[in-house]
Design a protein around this ligand. Structure first.
Ligand SMILES: Nc1ncnc2c1ncn2[C@@H]1O[C@H](COP(=O)(O)OP(=O)(O)OP(=O)(O)O)[C@@H](O)[C@H]1O
Length: 272
């Protein structure tokens, strides 16, 4: 429906207010900024970048939470090595577990499943319901930042999340071979439709640095970041190299040990 053309100006009586970008979403007085991390396509490292952004912010002493809104493909708990189930308090609120090292609060569908390896085969409305619960019913406490790991793509699932949570900004993750104008353009259009400011692009797996001679190898092709900046006015926040030991860190749940301070610093600077 073309909401803009049919808008009577009265939200109270409107049956499509929940999906309308102009309808104010609930804000949380205790959560200062909510930043979404999205990607036009799966497998580009979106969850890894969301986790690194949370690590970078927590390392500067900020209080941080991660809401894993990738309901059907949740990978945030694994990256942080969290298996503990969230607890409930006496008022019925859900208390998210915190990471051991930096005390980052984590909420994910994977922490609620009896079998975390079982697939979640849900459609939009159910996914929307869970995300709403993660937003409304989780006692996040006082947070400087809530990082939201969006579902990949530009279809129903990320749209549902963006309709449910009041986002202050979005970071787009891509890789050199995925960084086509088409994919970034779609993501930019989605953010624009939902009136969410785009903070910038993170080009993941951008290059490989030879550990012996330091030569930079563009194994996934040349960067397209300048082209994207010209076409859409979206700047590149950080270029993250293919990092030796990254998969092991993700498998062991030790992403908090990521120590490339240049990358962490660039991620923080990009959203401040
Ligand atoms: N910079 C990097 N260097 C090396 N490996 C990486 C890097 N970034 C991500 N990876 C690896 O790439 C794989 C995909 O990463 P990740 O799960 O974060 O992607 P995703 O975009 O969130 O995927 P999905 O769309 O399935 O949720 C993982 O095995 C991860 O460890």
């Amino acid at each position: 429906m073309d909401q803009e053309n049919q808008c009577s100006g009265s939200c109270d009586s409107c049956s499509s207010k929940e999906s309308c970008p102009d309808f104010p979403k609930p804000t949380k007085k205790d959560v200062c900024k909510v930043i979404a991390v999205g990607s036009g396509k799966g497998g580009v490292g979106k969850s890894s970048v969301a986790a690194l952004l949370a690590v970078a912010l927590a390392k500067r002493g900020d209080s941080v939470g991660v809401l894993d809104a990738d309901i059907t493909g949740p990978s945030i708990p694994k990256l942080f090595g969290i298996t503990e189930r969230p607890k409930g308090d006496e008022s019925g609120k859900i208390i998210p577990p915190k990471t051991e090292k930096l005390g980052i609060s984590i909420m994910s569908m994977n922490l609620l499943l009896d079998d975390p390896k079982a697939p979640v085969v849900w459609r939009g409305p159910l996914i929307g319901g869970v995300v709403k619960q993660f937003w409304d019913d989780v006692e996040w406490g006082k947070l400087d930042w809530l990082v939201v790991d969006l579902p990949p793509g530009t279809a129903d699932a990320p749209l549902t999340v963006m309709q449910t949570i009041a986002l202050d900004g979005m970071v787009i993750v891509t890789t050199p071979q995925e960084l086509s104008a088409l994919i970034v353009g779609k993501q930019a259009r989605l953010a624009e439709m939902m009136k969410v400011p785009i903070l910038g692009i993170v080009e993941n797996m951008s290059y490989v640095k030879c550990p012996k001679c330091g030569e930079i190898l563009n194994v996934f092709g040349p960067s397209h970041s300048e082209e994207i900046e010209k076409a859409f006015g979206i700047s590149t926040i950080a270029k993250i190299p293919v990092t030796d030991g990254f998969a092991a860190m993700a498998d062991d749940g030790t992403i908090e040990s990521f120590s490339d301070e240049a990358v962490l610093g660039a991620l923080v600077d990009g959203i401040l």
